[in-house]
Each structure stands twice: as C-alpha cells, then as structure tokens.
Design a protein around this ligand. Structure first.
Ligand code: ADP
Ligand code: ADP
Length: 240
C-alpha cells in the first residue's frame, strides 16, 4: 500500500523567523492526520513543505521512500529540477482554501485536463474517470456547468475531484472549509470523510474539531512551529 509520509527533523526559516522547528512525523499509508493550532503556528508551511511548495532548510521529507524535492545519489541529496519537481507533485493532491478551479472551464474540462496531460489518459478514459469522480463528490449533474457558476461548496468538491483525478498517493487539505459559508461546510467535510474511508492518506489542516474527533487517526497540535501534542484524537482532544 502506498502513501507513507515520513518527515524527519524539518525546520524552515523565513528570515530569522523559525516557521517550522524540528518537525518529525510518520504518517502511515491510509491514515488520516488532522493538524490543529493557532494562526501563524506553521500548519500551512508544513503542508506546503510536504509538496515542496516551500523548500525546507533542515531535515527532509519522503513519500514512499522518495525524497520530496531531492534525488539521492550515493549519500548525497541533489535538488530536483523544476520539471522533475512538477512530475513528483502529480503524486500529491493539494486542495486549497480558495478552490482554485479554472473559472473559464466547465466542470468536466477541469477534471480531464490534468490527467490527459500528466497521466497519459486519452480523452475517453479521462471523461469516464471524471464521471466516476463526479459520483464520488455527488455532482454528476454539474458536469457541463461553468465552474464559476457553482456554489463555494460545490467548487471545493470539484477541486477535490480534480486532485483525485491524478490518482495521488496522498491528499493534502489546507483549511478546505475556511472560505465557505457555514451551511456549505458539511458537504465538503462529508466528501473528505468518504475519502478517509477509501484508504487514501490524508493530511488536513482545519479548525473543525468535530471533524478531527470523528475521522482523525492522528491529531497533531502545533504552536510556534513546533509539535506540542500528537496522538490519537482521543488522546489529544478528550483529555480534561
Ligand atoms: P498557519 O498555517 O498555522 O496559520 P503559516 O504556516 O501560514 O501558519 O505561517 C507560519 C509563520 O510563518 C507565520 O508567522 C507566517 O507569518 C510566516 N510565514 C509564512 N509564509 C511566509 C513567507 N512566505 N514569508 C515570510 N513569512 C512567512
Ligand atoms: P494561510 O494562513 O492560509 O497560510 P496567510 O495569509 O498566512 O494564509 O498566507 C498567505 C500567503 O502569504 C502564503 O503564500 C504565505 O506563504 C505568505 N505569507 C504569510 N505570512 C507572510 C509574511 N509574514 N511575509 C511574507 N509572506 C507571507
């Protein structure tokens, strides 16, 4: 089973500010990890580091043994070229706070473009897959809608489907419901819960404690770039 994330002694500075301070984590294939913590504690930076959207200053991150952003030659690590980094990133699904769909494309076009470009699916295969994913997120009837005409909750569900279309080993969510009106939060969390049951490794930065309690295998609590608590949701969230 794939989707093992290994984070070893990772630190990251912005100028003199230490945004990540010696972070180590082992996330098992198929596990669901929720990262909690106050604003500015480094949650987003950690998530971005897992996808090499931020280069770390110390330590390293591996997914299924591959160094993220680096290639090992002998006992040395060499940073990958931009093109190789992009290829590696195809294995990591990333869902942003603000959906980031292509507004000038229909829902279906949003879902088929990347797998045709990066997964060598032909158009017919990509369309078949897109409809399967639309079933997963409950939006089959929106295939031909313009992305910008959907509600925020629907756009985020399509953004999740688009990430899944590349068949990633892991899925990272950066506050996926923070930009939504309260009544739309549940429909997005329901899709993430469904993924949690499907065996994809998930890392979710969120302030939704109820979600963490219900689906997280691991809860990580960060303050000032450090992990200050880590354990099962029972251990971290239910102590007196
Ligand atoms: P969180 O996601 O927990 O709100 P972030 O990871 O966004 O926290 O930020 C952690 C700290 O690093 C904050 O103090 C933030 O201001 C700082 N930071 C994040 N990105 C940058 C950047 N590109 N340049 C400088 N400082 C940054
Ligand atoms: P989030 O809390 O979702 O990480 P932020 O508003 O903290 O969002 O950051 C938005 C963007 O600005 C990110 O790309 C982040 O890296 C960058 N950023 C955050 N803090 C700083 C900072 N102090 N200086 C420069 N860039 C920053």
């Amino acid at each position: 089973q794939t989707g093992h994330i290994s984070i070893t002694g990772v630190s990251k500075y912005f100028g003199r500010h230490k945004a990540l301070d010696n972070i180590s984590l082992e996330l098992e294939p198929g596990s669901v990890t929720v990262i909690l913590g106050p604003s500015g504690s480094g949650k987003s930076t950690l998530l971005r580091a897992i996808n090499h959207l931020e280069r770390v200053d110390e330590g390293f991150i591996q997914i299924d043994g591959d160094y993220i952003g680096y290639r090992q030659v002998g006992d040395k690590l060499y940073e990958l070229k931009e093109k190789e980094i992009l290829r590696q990133r195809v294995n990591v699904g990333y869902v942003f706070q603000n959906f980031n769909l292509f507004p000038h494309l229909t829902v279906l076009e949003n879902l088929i473009e990347a797998p045709i470009a990066h997964k060598k699916l032909n158009r017919k295969e990509a369309i078949e897959q897109a409809y399967q994913l639309l079933d997963v997120v409950g939006l089959r009837n929106k295939a031909d809608a313009w992305s910008r005409h959907l509600s925020g909750g629907q756009q985020q569900r399509i953004a999740i489907a688009r990430a899944l279309a590349l068949r990633p080993r892991v899925m990272l969510f950066d506050e996926p419901t923070s930009a939504l009106d309260p009544e739309l939060v549940g429909e997005v969390l329901d899709v993430i819960k469904k993924l949690a049951r499907s065996g994809t490794t998930l890392v979710v930065v969120t302030h939704e404690i109820g979600f963490a309690r219900e689906v997280a295998d691991n809860v990580v609590f960060m303050v000032d770039g450090k992990i200050v608590e880590q354990g099962s949701s029972d251990e971290v969230l239910n102590h007196p």
